[in-house]
Design a protein around this ligand. Structure first.
Ligand code: THU
Length: 161
């Protein structure tokens, strides 16, 4: 019998003020993008923004539907936009924020399970780790060097070869 341990490290900053200019800029954009969310059902507006290897910044936000499972998270809206606008361009960093219309927006959130799987597919396809910047509209900021850390023992195309 063997045992393995999975652990990862991430950085915690007190606020956006502690970030370098490029990261602060991207997080600011993700915060702004909460305004374009269509979230009349949850009233939980998520904004995302990505910085690509070609220097372009792309925006996304969650888009809900009266038929709940049809709704899309901000992360997957963003990834689809990137893939359509700039196919084959590596994604360097994704920032994710949220505005909870019913409560506080002062702590980081991290991508849901489906989004983690989707992000991983893009990382593998584009052969580049995606850094994540996670924060609400204010308060602490988490920075993860590689989104794959969020999905250990993941299922990938390699498993089907
Ligand atoms: N949501 C996101 O867009 N991203 C996340 O990381 C978590 C959840 C959305 C889905 C739904 O529209 C709303 O937030 C509440 O779950």
């Amino acid at each position: 019998m063997q045992q393995k341990e999975v652990r990862f490290e991430y950085d915690i900053y007190d606020s956006i003020q502690a970030l370098d200019k490029a990261d602060a800029n991207l997080l600011e954009q993700a915060r702004k993008n909460t305004a374009s969310a269509y979230a009349p059902y949850s009233e939980f507006k998520v904004g995302a923004a990505a910085l690509l290897a070609n220097g372009e910044m792309v925006n996304g936000s969650n888009q809900e539907n009266a038929s709940t499972p049809v709704g899309l998270c901000a992360e997957r809206v963003l990834l689809s936009a990137i893939s359509s606008l700039f196919p084959d361009t590596a994604i360097q960093t994704m920032a994710i924020s949220f505005h909870n219309m019913k409560g506080a927006s002062d702590h980081p959130i991290s991508p849901c399970g489906i989004c983690r799987q989707t992000i991983l597919e893009y990382q593998i396809r584009l052969k580049h780790p995606i850094r994540l910047i996670l924060s609400g509209m204010e308060g602490e900021v988490y920075i993860l060097p590689d989104a794959a850390q969020l999905l250990p023992l993941s299922f990938t195309s390699n498993d089907m070869k």
